[in-house]
Design a binder for this molecule. Structure first.
Ligand SMILES: *[C@@H]1O[C@H](CO)[C@@H](O)[C@H](O)[C@H]1NC(C)=O
Ligand SMILES: *[C@@H]1O[C@H](CO)[C@@H](O)[C@H](O)[C@H]1NC(C)=O
Ligand SMILES: *[C@@H]1O[C@H](CO)[C@@H](O)[C@H](O)[C@H]1NC(C)=O
Ligand SMILES: *[C@@H]1O[C@H](CO)[C@@H](O)[C@H](O)[C@H]1NC(C)=O
Ligand SMILES: *[C@@H]1O[C@H](CO)[C@@H](O)[C@H](O)[C@H]1NC(C)=O
Ligand SMILES: *[C@@H]1O[C@H](CO)[C@@H](O)[C@H](O)[C@H]1NC(C)=O
Length: 304
């Protein structure tokens, strides 16, 4: 029985690898060893961001060419420009930055709730100078709701009223929902901001069945890899299923810290058959439990 299961697992093909793939990094306080899973072995992740200006301590031994850190100006701050310049003069080759996390959203959902004209003033002083140094800049990372388009349009208008064209090199997208909605949203962003590259910097099918979530994951990854103007993407699921705020099935780790199928596929590996669960232990992620089950089935057949 165990041999048959092992043969089945090794027969499953690995997922397509992609240099576009990165990590939305939310460090695990309770299980710090989880932080290394994303950069171990044959992981194909090439870059990460952590919503902040500075690299994460967990990756202090990684260089920009190993695992590119992309700083983010989460909300208006007058220290951003000098922080980036200090990192560059310290030898870190920063080539991309991101700006304002969900400025059209409130803090209850992780948004920075920023007034577009306040962001415009801050962008002109902190972001435009970096762009002049050749750093590629991300437009404000608005939510996937219609308010995102409204906010961005007000932001660019506010720059014009302040005498500047705020220019973004790429447009980050956040999306929670199904693939049809995601593809339509990407089309709308690409149609509004013509000839700009797009990064999908947070996405997941939240709160759905495992089958639907896996199907969404495969379809969206294949789509992102195929579309040339989508330059990068980072899946929102680098945490354990029992602490997931987008539902357990979207998570890349089980409640025991093992890679789920989606987690392994995202790193360019094969299915693990580890099942995420909202609480407690997933059945197939505990080798000891399989042994107990096998033993009890064997015991049962002996009794019969
Ligand atoms: C980097 O540091 C982490 C601990 O912070 C360690 O687990 C990992 O093995 C180190 N990796 C390399 C390549 O040195
Ligand atoms: C910085 O990284 C970019 C992109 O990888 C590369 O083209 C450039 O040569 C690097 N610059 C330095 C000073 O290493
Ligand atoms: C902003 O861009 C427009 C259109 O390309 C151009 O006409 C205008 O001169 C630019 N304004 C500034 C301040 O660069
Ligand atoms: C977009 O790029 C194409 C091909 O380079 C060019 O023909 C077109 O004018 C560009 N459109 C805009 C709005 O910049
Ligand atoms: C997702 O892709 C993997 C790897 O190619 C494949 O084994 C799996 O069956 C796919 N799942 C779905 C639901 O498409
Ligand atoms: C999605 O799942 C999370 C975690 O299980 C839960 O907190 C949240 O209320 C769910 N949201 C919806 C819309 O069901």
């Amino acid at each position: 029985m165990l041999l048959a299961a092992a043969a089945l697992t090794s027969a499953q093909s690995t997922f397509e690898r992609s240099s576009k793939r990165g990590l939305v990094f939310v460090p695990s306080e309770t299980h710090p060893s989880d932080n290394q899973i994303w950069v171990e072995g044959t992981s194909d992740l090439t870059w990460y961001y952590n919503y902040g200006v500075s690299p994460s301590p967990a990756y202090s031994n990684r260089t920009q060419s190993d695992f590119e850190f992309v700083p983010m100006l989460w909300s208006p701050s007058n220290d951003f420009l000098s922080s980036i310049k200090t990192m560059i003069s310290g030898g870190r080759n920063i080539t991309h930055i991101m700006t304002y996390n969900e400025p059209d959203g409130t803090s209850s959902t992780g948004g920075s709730d920023v007034d577009p004209s306040v962001a415009a003033t801050n962008w002109i002083s902190q972001v435009e100078p970096l762009r002049k140094l050749g750093i590629k800049t991300g437009a404000p990372a608005v939510t996937g709701s219609p308010s995102g388009f409204t906010w961005l349009s007000q932001f660019f208008d506010a720059c014009h009223s302040q005498g500047t064209n705020c220019t973004a090199d790429f447009f980050p997208i956040h999306w929670y929902g199904n693939f049809e909605g995601l593809a339509s949203h990407i089309g709308q962003v690409a149609g509004t901001y013509v000839n700009k590259s797009i990064w999908i910097t947070e996405y997941a099918l939240n709160n759905d069945t495992l089958a639907n979530t896996q199907s969404f994951f495969n379809t969206s990854a294949e789509y992102f890899d195929r579309i040339s103007y989508i330059n990068r993407y980072s899946y929102f699921g680098a945490f354990r299923s029992d602490v997931s705020n987008v539902g357990p099935n979207a998570a890349m780790l089980t409640s025991n810290g093992l890679l789920t199928d989606i987690g392994s596929w995202y790193l360019g590996g094969a299915a693990t058959n580890n099942i995420p669960s909202a609480t407690g232990l997933g059945l197939r992620d505990v080798p000891g439990m399989i042994a107990v089950l096998v033993a009890s089935v064997a015991g049962l057949s002996l009794l019969l």
